[in-house]
Design a protein around this ligand. Structure first.
Ligand code: CTP
Length: 413
């Protein structure tokens, strides 16, 4: 006989915030799924949400009184009591108005006040009209919330209440449940870290339609960004052109050339506590990119003059203060020796050495095999594994470096 699967959220306490969107009815199904998976759910409705779905519906399904009012005497101090006990706060659906209040720290009702009293993971699934979601004000509020560590589950494309098609529909329930599960199951040992990750290739223009680039897919850098986010860090991903979706909760900056990547990273250097250069930056670029599409008959093709790009990792290394700096070395021979040389020359804390010719590993693959070498020349040889898993090993190695520093500091105190 097969054992019953253990409910995913057994013993977890979740505050489910519902705001006044037409998608509020979907929160009812979400609540049922959370309860079915063993969660203890306290529902908090905004006044507008209670107009869409009656509080009684949530009360019956959660088996708990539904909180709505910051000032009701029988709900005294709920803004302090609820988050104290919660493992996560999930707001689904979240309106543009709610995002604005949360971003600015306005606290004029129970749900928005709760956000200021909690330090537990915050998961927000917005739903609104597509034009509203794309409005610069909303975009900036979402970016602010992400920077502060909230996990925002982007709405999806589809028919909207207005009858139009756009990106504004509440994400699928399975997506929201998976995000809650990921948040609750991982240890949150990266809370407080601000991680700057570069990923993907750069493209160096020859003319307006042609460029020099490389085979990097960006998968390793994206996996690191996602893993750091899942473990509680605020993450900014500076990405060259890739076809990958931005991981939930990660702030992304899209760049094309090595020069743009350098600018984007340098601007954020002071913000970061950890910098991970997973990008495959082009080492050379055309010295004189043409401002028009070159004809095949043009003389310029006879010899394309290249010039080196600046080594961003080296620049970061020279300008950093206390940030931990991690580089990558893509090699095809003498892996460890070449990587160690780069580690020392670029004065890094950690280098991830990839044998890009190893079977099943390298560019484009979902798998990778790497050797991690730290500043004390400690080597960790890792077998072929999914890039997501390797990402966590890299974060673990960085954590060990942090612990070493703390230990040394306390010994010298
Ligand atoms: N890198 C960088 N800027 C460049 C080139 C590379 O920041 N213009 C970074 C990469 O992101 C990676 C590391 O440097 O983290 C290693 O890059 P790689 O090209 O393998 O090493 P190089 O130092 O360029 O040496 P070589 O070409 O001899 O392998």
């Amino acid at each position: 006989m097969q054992a019953e699967p253990i409910p995913k959220f057994l013993g977890k306490r979740i505050v489910l915030g519902v705001t006044g969107s037409i998608a509020a009815y979907k929160a009812v199904e979400l609540l049922r799924s959370l309860v079915r998976e063993g969660a203890h759910v306290n529902v908090v409705l905004t006044e507008a949400a209670a107009r869409f779905v009656a509080p009684l519906t949530f009360e019956v399904l959660s088996g708990q009184p539904v909180a709505t009012d910051l000032f009701a005497t029988h709900q005294e101090m709920l803004h302090l009591r609820l988050p104290e006990q919660a493992d996560a706060i999930v707001v689904a659906p979240a309106t543009a108005h709610f995002l604005a209040k949360a971003a600015l720290g306005l606290a004029d009702d129970l749900l928005s006040t709760l956000l200021l009293t909690t330090r537990c993971p915050l998961i927000i699934a917005p739903a609104m009209d597509g034009d509203m979601w794309a409005h610069p004000t909303v975009v900036s509020h979402v970016a602010q919330l992400r920077q502060r560590g909230a996990l925002i589950i982007d709405p999806v494309e589809g028919p909207l209440a207005s009858g139009r098609i756009g990106q504004g529909r509440l994400a699928e329930e399975t997506t929201i449940l998976a995000a809650i599960e990921a948040q609750l199951s991982r240890s949150r040992d990266w809370v407080g870290e601000r991680v700057l990750v570069s990923a993907g290739p750069t493209q160096e223009p020859i003319d307006p339609v042609r460029f020099i680039s490389n085979r990097s897919s960006g998968k390793m850098g994206y996996a690191i960004a996602q893993a750091a986010r899942e473990r509680g860090a605020a993450v900014t991903l500076v990405t060259g052109p890739t076809s990958l979706p931005i991981p939930a909760g990660v702030d992304a900056v899209a760049v094309t050339t090595a020069e743009e990547m350098e600018k984007a990273l340098m601007m954020r250097l002071a913000w970061a506590t950890v910098i991970i250069m997973a990008a495959a930056v082009a080492d050379f670029r055309p010295k004189h990119p043409a401002d028009h599409k070159l004809k095949k008959t043009e003389h310029a093709w006879k010899s394309l003059t290249l010039e080196p790009t600046r080594d961003i990792l080296h620049l970061l290394s020279k300008r950093r203060t206390s940030q931990i700096l991690v580089g990558f070395a893509a090699e095809t021979q003498n892996l460890v020796a070449h990587a160690k040389e780069k580690l020392i020359r670029k004065r890094l804390d950690l280098i991830v050495a990839n044998d890009v010719r190893a079977e099943g590993a390298g560019f484009g693959s979902d798998m990778n095999a790497a050797t991690l070498i730290d500043r004390d020349q400690r080597e960790i040889r890792l077998p072929l594994m999914p890039k997501r898993e390797l990402a966590h090993h890299i974060l673990d190695a960085i954590q060990r470096l942090r612990t070493d520093v703390r230990r040394t500091c306390s010994q010298t105190d």
